[in-house]
Structures are given as structure tokens and as C-alpha cells.
Design a protein around this ligand. Sequence first.
Ligand code: GRF
Length: 216
Amino acid sequence: MGDRKSNKEKCIGVLISGRGSNLRAIIQKIESGYLNVRIGVVISDKREAKGLKYAQEHNIPNFVIQRKAFESKEAFEEAIASKLEAFGVELVVLAGFMRILSSSFVNRFYPNIINIHPSLLPSFPGINAQAQALSYGVKVSGCTVHIVSEEVDGGPIILQAAVGVEENDTEETLSQRILEKEHTILPMAIKLWSEGRIKLHGRKVKILDQEGFVIG
Ligand code: GRF
């Protein structure tokens, strides 16, 4: 995935549905120079998504594409995919995009499509992962950046970060600590991708160092 030799700035597209704090983290890491990529387009399936303002403030092309505007899921996804392609997107980043994408959408971009999920997968896939973790009683949870595959939250794992569960944690406090880790590992995964340092072997991801040796 990506290209280790090219220094050309790569183009990513970000899909959101809400708050957009992960989008903001990506923008901040681009501005700080940590990430050498360009956000070509931001797409939200919700008009009221607060995260759209970050795209607007940074003059990033942004669009609302709502499911209800289309007769079928297929037509809705075609609208999103063709917009991503029209903007030259090379990596699709699902950053709080709250819809399950069909196999044909996923396969159009695979393996250059990633998602951030607020649990240590394969534990607690799906919605309300932090609440699931708390009610199960785990002592450690966290977040996962993975390649999106046809199986919901089941694709190859790129990076994970762990967060200890504390005695008095609520869904909000645990979610907040996990979110801080999300803001680190999602940009880190994008950086690794942009440097061509993610290699896929079946369902396993190998991370390469700058010289191309496997380090993780
Ligand atoms: C995050 O917790 C992410 O893991 C999940 O949805 C949430 C999105 O948050 N997929 P934000 O919109 O990036 O603030």
C-alpha cells in the first residue's frame, strides 16, 4: 500500500458523519508537518455534521451526500465513490462515518480504505464499542485502525493503542481517553500508508521501517 519511493504528496479523502475530531486531528498533523498528505475532499452523509466546519475553515472541498437523496444504497455509494475518484483520492479514511459500506464500494478502494474504531478489535465491533467494553467488564480497551474489508470492523489491523479501564469510568470518560489515542494512531496510520510502509500479507499487516525492513 502506498509507494515507498515517491515523494509526491498523496491525496486522501475523509468520510465523516458527526463531530469530526479525528478529521481535525488529521488536519492538525498536516499543518504541523507530521503528515505529508493533502485532504482532497471531505464527505459527510449528515448535513448537520459538526466536523464539516473543519473542512470549511481550511478550504477543503466538502460535500454532503445523504442516503435519503437516492433511491438505493447502490446509487448513494456510487455518488460517494465517484466524488472521491473525481478528487483523485488515493486513500479513503473513514473517520466516524456511521454507515456500513457494501462489498462493491469496499472492493473499489481496497486495500486503500481504512477505519478508526474505538475498541481493541476483534473485541466489540459495531456501534457503542466503549459501552460494550464497559458492560463486559474488560480492564483494558483502546482503539484500532484497520483496513476496511467486507466484514464489518473485521479487516486487517494496522495499529492499535490500549487504554486502561478505571474503576469509576463512565462511557464518556472512557470514550474521551480512547479518543485521545485515536487522534494519535489514525494520523500515524495515514503517515505509514503515505510512506509506503504498510504491507499486506493475507490478513496480516506488516509495518516497514524507513529502509523497508519489517518492524511490526
Ligand atoms: C470515534 O470514536 C471513532 O472511533 C468512531 O466514531 C467516532 C468519531 O469521532 N468510529 P469524531 O467524529 O472523529 O470526533
